[in-house]
Design a protein around this ligand. Structure first.
Ligand SMILES: [Zn+2]
Length: 181
């Protein structure tokens, strides 16, 4: 229960079974992770993701651990999830910032570089998604399969329990939580 931002009327909040979105830059199906708030008076609807930062980190960790070659959008998503600029990621990998731009535009990353990329991101993101099992050795020894076909179903994510981090975190995604119904 709450108050409508449009008309001030009473709203009802319901958990949505499935919510398809590419607001995070990669296509995702969020399962039981999104609430829909509906106003009884004017019918306005809002979609709310209760723990956006935790969800982003969990999605990012599952990408880090999935043994399919990362595409450009996924690399960009991971970099943003970590909160790094292209330059910051480039410095961590000891490559030129232009390389990051090229990878994010679709140029393939070599397998050994990709493993280093995944390990840097895993180290940064795992503390924010502690419900996901992560062993850096798994990435170190990963046999990376060819890219996940684009026509495959979008990845599906379900809300997981995420521990509250000790340090308050900046929101990772600045998009409004209100989307058109
Ligand atoms: Zn209303």
């Amino acid at each position: 229960m709450g108050n409508c931002k449009q008309c001030g009327g009473m709203t009802r909040r319901l958990s949505m079974g499935q919510f398809e979105t590419d607001r995070m830059g990669i296509p995702l199906v969020l399962v039981e992770s999104v609430d829909q708030e509906t106003c009884d008076s004017c019918g306005a609807r809002a979609h709310i993701i209760p723990d956006m930062a935790g969800l982003v980190a969990a999605v990012a960790m599952s990408l880090v651990l999935a043994p399919y070659k990362l595409n450009g959008r996924e690399i960009r998503f991971l970099r943003k999830a970590a909160g790094w600029s292209s330059k910051e990621l480039a410095d961590r990998l000891d490559v030129a910032a232009e390389s990051i731009t090229r990878w994010e535009k679709g140029q393939a990353v070599g397998d050994s570089m990709e493993r280093v990329l995944r390990m840097k991101l895993g180290g940064e993101l795992h503390p924010r998604a502690p419900a996901i099992d992560y062993d850096p050795e798994d990435v170190l020894n990963m046999k990376i399969q060819p890219m996940r076909p684009a026509n495959l179903e979008p990845r599906r994510f379900r809300r997981v329990l995420v521990k509250i981090p000790k340090q308050p975190m900046e929101p990772l995604w600045t998009e409004p939580t209100l989307v058109a119904a």
